[in-house]
Design a protein around this ligand. Sequence first.
Ligand SMILES: [Mn+2]
Length: 272
Amino acid sequence: MSTQSAVTISLVKEAEGGPFVFWHDLAAGYAKAAELGYDAVEVFAPNAEAIPVDELKALTAEHNLKVAAVGTGGGWVIHKWHLCQPDAASRDNAKGFIRSIIDAGAQLGAPAIIGSMQGRFEGEVGREQALDYLRSALNELGEHAKAAGVPLIYEPLNRYESNLLNRAEDVMAFLETLDTDNVKILADLFHMNIEEASIADALRTYGRHIGHVHFVDSNRRPAGCGHMDYGPIAAALKEIGYDRYASAEAFPWPDSDAAAKATIVAFNQYLA
Ligand SMILES: [Mn+2]
């Protein structure tokens, strides 16, 4: 099996203006994704209760599209919770929020993604303390996801969004300190373009640990609308035998339909 295609649908009002292709209408997003030949959708909901599992199961059956992954960023965008906050109550809120999204996604066979919910170190929380908080949370949530039958996806971010782990070498060293074997890496090409000397080499460093890819261009516009060099990226993904999703997490530029179309054209050119 080769790489599968996916496209994002955001249901989060507070995230408007963010890098998601389709917005607020699951049925319309599924219909358009199916028409363009996508394999799956990635759903970003404000919380677990807002993930309509039954409706998604029906849409999945109707359009023969799977749910590639579910996002957890609503906990940060709406509540400003994250896993490295100084007080235990806030960290527990963050973990509970993510745990409930893992459970909802698992009913659809979809893993949850931890991106902005990882947080950052600042103030009274130093770097090592924050990494300890993150390690503990990933161990706990990774094992929770394992029991639910899905991996847990951890997304390294660029330096402007988190100061914890920005580069593949550092991420891999950290990953080796986890007790759980159920945490996979999300390789987001936009973040990697900012941080890595070579995106292709970084993908090889991650190797079999990659569980999801955010397929997007250098400027967060859809693939093909920036200056990303996809040839070496595609070659690296093929070399490591990547067979999960390349998901369009891009601005709806110039509009949602055109962004979805541009991405699937680039996907078919490089990754299909
Ligand atoms: Mn991403």
